[in-house]
Design a protein around this ligand. Structure first.
Ligand code: BG6
Length: 458
């Protein structure tokens, strides 16, 4: 069977500033929360490795973009580092402008379309010091920052994203104690989520006002929730997980309103954030043109069986279900469920006006990947298999009328990850962090190049 994809399908990959740039204190870059956290609590990081150097893209961007071209990619998503671009005193860092201009121009020269995301978990420390996303003033700072980016780069960049996985700073920073500022407080988390959503709408408003002729959207990790069974209790638990972790941002970004059920839930739990009617108008009037969907694994849910615990969190309302016999990526421990990509596509088609979307991240992390090296090349047949099986389901969704525009792998070259440093490798391209950051394409990179050339596969 041949799997063909539409003309001009976006093929490429994604990364983020903190995870690939390095040069963490070079050319006037301010600290972000990761730099600060690493400096203060290095033991929170895998093998004590922080974001100082990551993949060294700041110095190697030309080589990397040439390689993207060589490997046939037509698009690449990266993020701008807010703490590199905007100085503590609010002025623009010209060295950062020069860097991003060079990256964008090089990409355009290589026919790799730049997709830019404005926020990938990396709050400038000087803004975290005044409360980060909890503070309404930071929302205004983000609005200014977004407008600055559009004005500086919007003449050439036509795909913009306001946030990557907006639920993550909420879940990890204010509920789960995984990211700085390590707060566990549901009410504060709701305020953070609300402000992130508002900031997204404000950025969209700024973008539309500038009439630059491109598209703007948001990237959401739409992990579908699957209940353990069809019992009332399991269904209810799964519904709450979906409401809090998916529909909170998805519905609001697409329809301009927080889901009524979510508002009722938040009210019932006495977690309402501070908001104004004007804010809600802004959210209503500034919805997305385009959606990016990150999909790695499903979320399997069962009714709460364990103790609720003293501190209220989303997991006070459901438990995660460890389904027997699930297919597992043994190198990362995550479930592999290819059909999830089809299910979420059909959900967008049927319940979200068939809005244009693309898979903005999908991928397979592998620990100890060097062991698959044969004659200098990582033979990542497992990754080829992983991509193929997901693309088959994406192809089925396309054939059933879903408005899918592209597929980006996480990630182009191995990069640093928030808590796992270089443990799990995801790239099409190996980065030898012990040897001058030498880049070597893996087998999957060549396989993907063929796929792009044929715009499909057998
Ligand atoms: C995605 C994030 O959710 O998962 C990336 O957007 C992250 O920033 C990726 O690196 C993989 O997660 P991990 O923890 O295996 O690196």
């Amino acid at each position: 069977m041949i799997y063909n994809f539409p003309k001009d399908f976006w093929w490429g990959s994604a990364s983020s500033a903190t995870q690939m740039e390095g040069a963490y204190n070079i050319d006037g870059k301010e600290k972000n929360i990761w730099d600060f956290w690493y400096e203060t609590y290095p033991h929170r990081f895998h093998n004590n490795i922080g974001p100082k150097v990551t993949s060294n893209f700041y110095y190697k961007y030309e080589e990397d973009i040439n390689l993207m071209k060589e490997l046939g990619h037509n698009s690449f998503r990266f993020s701008i580092s807010w703490s590199r671009l905007i100085k503590k005193d609010g002025s623009i860092n010209q060295k950062a402008v020069d860097f991003y201009n060079k990256v964008i121009d090089k990409m355009i020269e290589c026919k790799v379309e730049p997709f830019i995301n404005l926020y990938h978990f990396d709050m400038p420390m000087y803004l975290q010091e005044i409360g980060g996303w909890e503070n309404r003033e930071v929302v205004s700072k983000y609005q200014e920052y977004a407008k600055t980016c559009f004005s500086l780069f919007g003449d050439r960049v036509k795909k913009w994203f306001t946030h990557n996985e907006p639920i993550v700073p909420v879940e990890c920073g204010y509920l789960g104690n995984y990211h700085y500022p390590e707060v566990v407080d549901f009410k504060r988390a709701v305020q953070v989520g609300y402000h992130i959503m508002l900031s997204s709408a404000l950025a969209i408003m700024e973008y539309k006002n500038l009439k630059l002729g491109g598209q703007i959207g948001i990237i959401i990790n739409l992990t579908p929730s699957y209940p353990r069974s069809n019992s009332k209790e399991d269904l209810e638990a799964s519904n709450i997980a979906d409401l809090l972790l998916n529909r909170s941002f998805l519905d609001t970004s697409v329809f301009g309103e927080f889901p009524k059920e979510l508002v009722e839930f938040i009210k019932e739990q006495d977690l309402m954030p501070t908001y104004t009617k004007e804010d809600l108008e802004i959210i209503k009037n500034n919805t997305i043109d385009l959606l990016g969907v990150n999909y790695y694994q499903p979320r399997r849910i069962k009714a709460k069986e364990t103790e609720k615990g003293e501190v209220l969190t989303p997991e006070s309302f459901f438990d995660f279900y460890d389904m027997p016999n699930k297919k597992i990526n043994p190198h990362r421990g995550w479930e592999i469920y290819e059909k999830g990509i089809y299910d979420l596509s059909i959900n967008i088609r049927d319940n979200y006006n068939n809005i244009p979307f693309f898979i903005s991240e999908n991928g397979m992390g592998v620990e100890g990947e060097e062991k698959f090296k044969v004659e200098g090349i990582i033979e990542d047949t497992y990754r080829i298999e992983f991509i193929k099986e997901h693309l088959k389901y994406l192809n089925k969704a396309l054939n059933e009328g879903c408005n899918i525009k592209g597929y980006h792998l996480w990630t182009f070259m191995d990069n640093w990850s928030w808590l796992n440093a270089y443990k799990n490798r995801y790239g099409f391209v190996e980065v030898d962090i012990n040897n001058n950051f030498i880049r070597t394409p893996k087998r999957s990179a060549y396989w993907f190049r063929e796929l792009i050339k044929n715009n499909g596969f057998n």
